[in-house]
Design a protein around this ligand. Structure first.
Ligand code: CU
Length: 182
């Protein structure tokens, strides 16, 4: 191999490395957008989406249950997600508008979706549940993102959540770490 050929192949190798790096950076950027978006949602977002349930404390019977709840094990400072089945057996629609936890000061409502074969996720300002409706928060769909938990979340541990609804209802829920079905 002469000098020129060696030079050419090393440029080619560097270009490949550059492209791989670029790909990795864009993937991590997508993940960052998915998880670290701390943007406050102004009221206009609620109005834009136009589906926030119009439930007032006076007219709503608070009849929402949360079953089959579990959260992913993880280490402190990493990411976890909580899943459950939400059911509205009351007569009025309601919307889950905020979630907080003792495990992290940054807990978000997320929705995962496929975009060109890549799993993405996006913060949701709220999730509306109609009377008699069941909504499953599950891997690949809605989930509660627990960003950088302050403690290790080990299988069998429990963490607590407060789920705030548009009606004014607040559900206090203890959720176990680890999927009971696995
Ligand atoms: Cu997420």
């Amino acid at each position: 191999m002469n000098n020129q050929a060696i030079c050419f192949s090393s440029v080619f190798a560097r270009m490949k490395l550059y492209l791989i790096l670029k790909l990795l950076i864009s993937i991590s950027f997508v993940l960052m957008i998915g998880c670290n978006n701390e943007v406050e949602h102004p009221k206009s977002v609620f109005q834009m989406k136009g589906t926030l349930a119009d439930s007032s404390m006076a007219s709503t019977k608070w009849n929402i249950s949360i079953d089959s709840a579990w959260a992913r094990p993880t280490k402190a400072g990493m990411m976890s997600a909580a899943y459950f089945k939400l059911e509205n057996y009351g007569s009025a629609p309601d919307s889950l508008i905020r979630v907080s936890s003792n495990a992290s000061k940054d807990v978000q409502i997320h929705l995962s979706y496929l975009n060109d074969g890549i799993m993405m996720m996006e913060e949701q300002p709220f999730v509306t549940i109609q009377p008699t409706e069941q909504i499953s928060f599950e891997p690949g769909g809605y989930h509660i993102m627990i960003i950088q938990p302050t403690m290790d979340l080990n299988e069998g541990d429990s963490i607590s959540f407060l789920l705030y609804f548009n009606s004014g209802m607040i559900i206090d829920k203890t959720i176990q770490i680890g999927n009971p079905k696995l």
